[in-house]
Design a protein around this ligand. Structure first.
Ligand SMILES: Cc1cc2nc3c(=O)[nH]c(=O)nc-3n(C[C@H](O)[C@H](O)[C@H](O)COP(=O)(O)OP(=O)(O)OC[C@H]3O[C@@H](n4cnc5c(N)ncnc54)[C@H](O)[C@@H]3O)c2cc1C
Length: 361
């Protein structure tokens, strides 16, 4: 299907986590014509709504099938899971809902990103969520995403939380809120035993709006930049290629990698590299495509001394935020407790009683 109009007030590129939120919020204004373009399909892989199944989703067609280049440290490549479906990462991810610690946002601000400190962002965090029984000064009570800790926690998680207290760490009452350190049960995007993606929370209730068009299987190739202004995008669907104009704003929400890739394909980036690739330079922005920071998982694997019941949530119901050394402004390590080994791709079972640090899956 092609976009029914040839010009929109807003064109949102990428219908993932951020794109679902932005398209839904922008189309609240009934006078604004909003087009959301998503490269992936409008359906989740079988079982995607069932929380314990999430590790299997990274091996389905719901991703771009990427892997890294060979890593110097290991000599191997690693899976680079990147979602490709409506809802994006939120439709395949592990459903842990943590804001990140306030010190991280405050560091952004002190590095020059004015307006991005924790206190600036707090109203938006709150607006996104519904929580129950939390401090309403810190947590939202009527947002689209309903989040809560697993109840009751998996027995392995309960034991690990107990052990963390015994080793002297603080037990956090709301580790997802962004102001505490220590160990605690995280909130999960799970409602009535099923995943709640950003598409479920934001797009589904908005799809009936006449001013919102959602086009899936629409791969954007280029942003059309004329006289220093983005005036539309070029994309293809199974039906062919098309251009759509935009008289307002084109919003890039194609993910960390996809957004940078599209900017560079459109001539926005480091000029030398663009010329090497035969791309005409539209804007000299050397930072585009640089400084990717990822968080490979480092597994420390324990065999259980006795049988462990199957996990019924996301296999990672608790987290620890700790400082690797005193004197830091905030926690720099995030630990996630996983209740089940069998579901982690690429991780071998250790010998009973042994601890095995393993590579990133
Ligand atoms: C396996 C896995 C587990 C994770 N677990 C967690 C977790 O438990 N908790 C957590 O907070 N985060 C988790 N994350 C990370 C989280 O899901 C991402 O940070 C988040 O989804 C990023 O949102 P985004 O909107 O920037 O990008 P995405 O959600 O990736 O959305 C980008 C969208 O743009 C589309 N797109 C890209 N290029 C184009 C193009 N050229 N044309 C059209 N469309 C395009 C993609 O198909 C995709 O749907 C996990 C991620 C993965 C992959």
């Amino acid at each position: 299907m092609q976009a029914p109009s040839d010009s929109y007030d807003y064109v949102v590129v990428g219908g993932g986590t951020a794109g679902s939120v932005i398209a839904a919020r922008l189309s609240e204004d009934g006078a604004a014509r909003v087009l959301l373009l998503e490269a992936g399909v409008d359906r989740s892989p079988p079982g995607a709504a069932l929380p314990p199944a999430w590790p299997t989703l990274v091996h389905t067609e719901a991703t771009w099938g990427d892997s890294t280049v060979r890593q110097e440290a290991t000599g191997t490549t690693a899976l680079l899971a990147r979602a490709r479906l409506l809802g994006g990462g939120s439709a395949i991810n592990a459903m842990s809902f943590l804001r990140g610690h306030r010190s991280c946002y405050d560091a952004w601000e002190s590095d020059g990103a004015r307006g991005w400190g924790f206190d600036d962002l707090l109203p938006y965090f709150k607006r996104s969520e519904t929580t129950v029984g939390r401090d309403p000064a810190l947590r939202g009570t009527d947002g689209p995403l309903t989040v809560a800790p697993a109840q009751p926690p998996h027995p392995v998680i309960a034991a690990l939380l107990c052990a963390s207290t015994q080793t002297g760490y603080r037990r956090a009452s709301d580790i997802s809120g962004g102001t505490e350190e220590g160990f605690g049960c995280t909130d999960l995007n799970i409602v009535d035993g099923r995943r709640q993606s950003a598409a479920d929370a934001y797009l589904t209730p908005s799809r009936h709006r006449a001013n919102l068009t959602v086009l899936t299987e629409a791969l954007v190739h280029r942003l059309d930049v004329r006289d220093g202004r983005c005036t539309g995008v070029e994309y293809s669907t199974p039906g062919g290629t098309a251009r759509v104009g935009c008289c307002g704003e084109v919003v890039l929400t194609a993910g960390t990698i996809g957004s940078a890739q599209l900017l560079m394909l459109s001539g926005i980036g480091p000029p030398r590299h663009l010329r090497e690739m035969g791309i005409a330079v539209a804007a000299d922005l050397p930072g585009v495509g640089a400084n990717l920071q990822d968080h490979p998982i480092c597994n420390v694997v324990y065999s259980a001394a006795r049988p462990v019941p199957a996990g019924s949530n996301n296999h990672g119901e608790a987290a620890g935020l700790v400082r690797s050394q005193p004197g830091l402004d905030g926690p720099d390590l995030q630990m996630i407790f996983v209740d089940s080994l069998g579901h982690i791709p690429g991780v071998d079972a250790p010998e009973p009683g042994r601890v095995t640090p393993s590579e990133s899956p």
